[in-house]
Design a protein around this ligand. Structure first.
Ligand code: ADP
Length: 267
């Protein structure tokens, strides 16, 4: 086996790790739903090594990214989430121009240059509006899990407009629609439409590649296919979701780790 690197993405809600061979082949990837401040990072590292059938000493370099990266001591280097998501998305979808990443507690719109280099970004990390956390709160009121939101919204007949973007007020709004006997599916579709509008607004604020080029979504929320479809409606353009969208940042970190070691070899 040649060069082995690991990218570790310590998110607000989830820890992700990707084991990469020679900066090209994904050997294993693991996702655990416990993020920064928990034992999630250590457990996800152990899990990706177990899946790859190798010991930690065999790994040439580890790059850590994500919200919890500064608190993690076991890596060779740190990289910003923006750069790692851009790099990972470009590896999975070569030539993609714009990436929107929706994670547990923030939303990032990234403009990419050649090879996935980050040209520009816009980010909402100030409040829960439009994030995975927002959708988790709405799911709880609607009596479903976050992964069931997509199926529920797909059954909608007439989405109910949701006007509040603040998670606390939107929750009250959803409760009032439930009290008025509106269908859960129509309310859920309304929630998705409101998140899609907000995400489209964020993309339009970005300079650089703008929204003219090819677009993709990464992050855990990209698994919500109804939301992706409604974002496509808002933008009037297709939005691709790569396989393993939630691990795109960890993959980018593993690719940067391979660069470090290739640099060592070349010098
Ligand atoms: P972070 O890096 O901030 O931890 P992630 O990109 O890992 O964020 O995404 C976590 C978010 O994705 C959570 O809010 C979670 O509810 C959501 N999520 C994970 N899986 C799914 C799914 N199958 N459907 C909808 N949402 C999901």
């Amino acid at each position: 086996m040649g060069l082995l690197t690991i990218g570790l993405d310590i998110g607000s809600t989830t820890s992700k790790a990707v084991l990469l061979a020679d900066g090209q082949v994904v050997l294993a990837r693991a996702i655990l739903s416990s993020g920064t401040g928990t034992d999630g990072p250590d457990r996800v590292m152990a899990e990706v090594l177990r899946q790859g059938g190798i010991s930690g000493e065999r790994v040439d370099a580890v790059v850590v990214t994500g919200y919890g990266r500064t608190a993690y001591g076991g890596a060779d280097s740190q990289m910003s989430e923006m750069s790692c998501h851009a790099r990972g998305a470009a590896f999975l979808l070569p030539g993609v121009d714009v990436v929107v990443d929706i994670g547990g507690q923030d939303v990032k719109a990234l403009a990419l240059g050649p090879g996935g280099r980050l040209l520009d970004f816009v980010m909402n990390d100030k409040c829960a509006a439009g994030t995975g956390r927002f959708l988790e709160l709405m799911a709880r009121v609607l009596g479903v899990t976050p992964s069931e939101l997509s199926e529920l919204a797909a059954q909608a007949v007439e989405p109910v407009p949701i006007s509040n973007i603040c998670a606390v007020f939107a929750e009250s709004e959803v409760i009032s629609h439930l009290a008025a006997a509106r269908s859960r599916a129509d309310i859920c579709a309304g929630v998705h439409r409101s998140v899609a509008k907000r995400t489209a607004g964020l993309l339009k604020r970005m300079r650089g590649a703008g929204i003219a080029g090819s677009m993709a979504m990464t992050g855990g929320v990209a698994a919500n296919t109804d939301l992706v479809r409604r974002l496509e409606e808002e933008l009037g353009a297709p939005v691709a979701v790569p396989p393993d969208a939630q691990a795109a940042g960890a993959l980018g970190a593993a690719l940067f780790a391979a660069d470090i070691k290739h640099g060592d070899r070349d010098s």
